[in-house]
Design a protein around this ligand. Structure first.
Ligand SMILES: [Zn+2]
Length: 176
């Protein structure tokens, strides 16, 4: 899944500015591998990480190949700690891309790391709580745990998600 979700030019519903070039460097065509790994911004991001990963000057055919090259080096114990942190920082990097693309807000990779580490900590806390709790933060930044509850009688609770495939100009949505 190397194509990233973007509106085709003739179907921009809210006149959102969408470019096919990378929002971080404005030089290369955006795809998942470039955005999260090989972009000069991503390279600085990973090099400043706890693991000092240098993504410059190496070739991967896909994001998945890069992911496997990193994660297969880890021992079983390290995987339990490192993979959630990698996934959370990648998620924050993706969110910062969207924030820059759709809101025009620049991001600082130190801040992305802070958010990723915090998210990974929240994830670990939920995993250790051995419950269906989720953790969010209130306006003051304090951690708040909440559990899933049955909806009130007479109401229906629906979870929804959607995706878009640029290559085929198709999308899908689902509800549970
Ligand atoms: Zn770039």
């Amino acid at each position: 899944m190397e194509g990233l979700p973007q509106h085709p030019p003739h179907k921009r519903p809210f006149d959102i500015k969408v470019e096919s070039s990378c929002v971080f460097c404005n030089k290369e065509r955006e795809n998942l591998l470039h955005l999260l790994v090989t972009c000069s911004f991503a390279n600085r991001f990973w090099f400043a990480s706890l693991w000092c990963i240098n993504t410059c000057g190496r070739e991967w055919s896909s994001f998945m190949e890069w992911w496997m090259s990193i994660t297969t080096l880890l021992g079983e114990q390290d995987k339990q700690d490192v993979i959630p942190l990698l996934a959370c920082t990648l998620w924050e990097l993706w969110k910062s891309r969207n924030n820059m693309l759709f809101n025009g807000e620049c991001c600082d990779w130190n801040r992305i790391w802070e958010l990723g580490i915090r998210l990974a900590g929240d994830f670990k806390e939920v995993q250790q709580s051995n419950s269906l709790a989720t953790v969010s933060r209130d306006d003051g930044g304090s951690c708040v745990a909440s559990c899933w509850q049955h909806p009130t009688m007479g109401f229906i609770k629906i979870n929804v998600d959607a995706s878009y495939r640029k290559e085929t100009n198709s999308g899908a949505s689902g509800a549970v």
